[in-house]
Design a protein around this ligand. Structure first.
Ligand code: TXA
Ligand code: MG
Length: 322
């Protein structure tokens, strides 16, 4: 765990236009001073991410919203009161002076108060907004441990704060409140049902949602090809597989007797599953899996974010053959 001295040093790196990777309760973020366009440009360069993609501004509390957003509608206030600090990002009309580097030139800004003590301590020590996408290379799986960040970026990041294993493990839920009609732009750490209990039904996500990088078809992808299969199809596929086939399986059931590959028994509840998913995918990549077979998760409340990330991880443009 990072100490107060590390946090003070990280805040001064931010003030000097540097990059700091820091833990949040969802995934690790790669942060820069949100009011310094040159610093934000360094995030894009480090990630290899197109500059037109907007980033989330992390703030210390809802009291900071007016500095970034020109409107804070009633529904957004209620969501902030219910879920901040926490895994919810609100997209609001941007305030004057918010850098295009942060908004991707759009008239909106994405804001979140993260629910992790180190992220909050960093925000308090820094005193401003921290622009931060997930701390992974563009299109890759988000990091849920400091070691993931270090293995992906090495020395190109000025500082990596250590905050242990991220409790949620999937990115924040993104809700847009820009035109009077709340919209779910990305399912995430807070299930749709809990948000709708506060503000009523939301439109999206899916084809009608505005295009955001998280909605690019192939995203959050491991290096190995990933296939989503019904339980029965999975059982048929794994019969007779040998270790040298380098097939790995993610399932909510136990491995069948005699299975030769790597088998991850995933938690049966969506929160537990989401917590472990990215770490499992990274471990399989590191272990040299050629193909990952994933048992479909059940439809129903709570599974939307896991289902979304699995579908994106499976949607590779050119899957390798097994
Ligand atoms: O949990 C999270 O949200 C993590 C942690 C670090 O906070 N961050 C994260 O950032 O997932 P990133 O950049 O990987 O994903 C942020 C998503 C992107 O899909 C981006 O397009 C969208 O938020 N976004 C940012 N600003 C937006 C805006 N003004 N309008 C619509 N979408 C926006
Ligand atoms: Mg990301």
């Amino acid at each position: 765990m990072s100490e107060p001295a590390d946090i003070a040093a990280a805040a001064s790196i931010l003030r000097n236009g540097g990059l700091v990777a820091f833990p949040t309760e969802t995934v690790y973020g790669l942060g820069a001073d949100a009011s310094n366009p040159a610093a934000v440009a360094r995030i894009y360069a480090a990630k290899g991410r197109p500059a037109s993609h907007p980033v989330i501004v992390h703030i210390a509390s809802a009291a900071e919203v007016p500095r970034w957003a020109r409107e804070f509608p009633e529904a957004a206030r209620r969501l902030a009161a219910a879920f901040w600090p926490g895994p919810l990002t609100l997209v609001l009309p941007r305030a004057e002076g918010v850098a295009d580097a942060v908004t991707g030139g759009q008239d909106t800004v994405a804001l979140r108060v993260p629910g992790h003590p180190i992220a909050l301590a960093l925000l308090a020590a820094f005193g401003g907004g921290i622009a931060a996408p997930s701390a992974n290379r563009y299109g890759k799986v988000s990091p849920t441990r400091a070691a993931h960040v270090r293995s992906e970026f090495g020395a190109t990041i000025d500082c990596v704060l250590e905050g242990g294993d991220c409790a949620v493990g999937l990115e924040s839920t993104i809700v847009s409140l820009v035109d009077g009609e709340p919209r779910l732009l990305r399912p995430g750490g807070i299930p749709r049902e809990r948000i709708e209990a506060v503000i009523g039904p939301m439109a999206g996500s899916g084809a009608d949602a505005p295009r955001v990088p998280g909605s690019v078809k192939s995203h959050y992808a491991p290096a190995a090809a990933l296939e989503l299969l019904e339980a029965g199809t999975l059982d048929a596929r794994v019969r007779g597989l040998r270790a040298e086939d380098r097939i790995a399986v993610l399932s909510r059931r136990d491995a069948p007797a005699g299975f030769g590959g790597r088998w991850f028994r995933m938690p049966a509840d969506p929160a537990g599953y989401g917590h472990e998913l990215y770490a499992a995918l990274r471990e399989l990549d590191a272990g040299g899996a050629a193909r990952i077979l994933v048992e479909q998760v059940p439809p129903g409340p709570g599974w939307e974010a896991v289902e979304d990330r699995l579908a994106r991880a499976a949607a590779r443009e050119s899957p390798e053959s097994p």
